[in-house]
Each structure stands twice: as structure tokens, then as C-alpha cells.
Design a protein around this ligand. Structure first.
Ligand SMILES: [Zn+2]
Length: 77
């Protein structure tokens, strides 16, 4: 498999977080997806896309059990 963006050939499955926003909060969801080592492009297959859409819908419905691990801070300068 070659990267569609940079045509690099070093694509490996990695553990990454996909982030979704809910109001001012950011929720991180763990994913295992192929990632291009050269440009960082992530390749989501159909199953991963469906999972992401399902999580997005659940996040809006507030049915997910979430744990706070930190704060999101904004620089005012
Ligand atoms: Zn690439």
C-alpha cells in the first residue's frame, strides 16, 4: 500500500486518538489504524468509519461513559 498523499511506502498500523468536540470539551477515542510514517495521513477503513460515526452519534446523545483525564486550556494572548 502506498500513501495517497505523499506516495510514501512506510505505512504501519498504529494506536492513535481520534478527537471529537462536544461543546468546549474534547473527547478522545482510541483507534488502531494504518498511518503513513512520512506525512501522518491516517487510513480509516469502512469499519473504522462506522465506529467513528456511531461514537459521534452516541456522544451527541450523551450515552457514553467518559472519564475526565485533564483540562483543555486556551491561551489568551
Ligand atoms: Zn504519506
Amino acid at each position: 500500500m502506498k500513501c495517497l498523499i505523499c506516495h510514501g511506502e512506510d505505512i504501519q498500523v498504529k494506536s492513535v486518538y481520534e478527537e471529537l468536540a462536544r461543546g468546549n470539551d474534547v473527547v478522545r477515542f482510541p483507534f488502531e489504524v494504518p498511518v503513513c510514517a512520512n506525512c501522518g495521513e491516517r487510513y480509516y477503513d469502512r469499519a473504522a468509519m462506522r465506529k467513528l460515526e456511531r461514537l459521534r452519534a452516541q456522544l451527541e446523545g450523551k450515552t457514553l461513559e467518559l472519564r475526565e483525564i485533564g483540562k483543555v486550556l486556551v491561551c489568551q494572548q
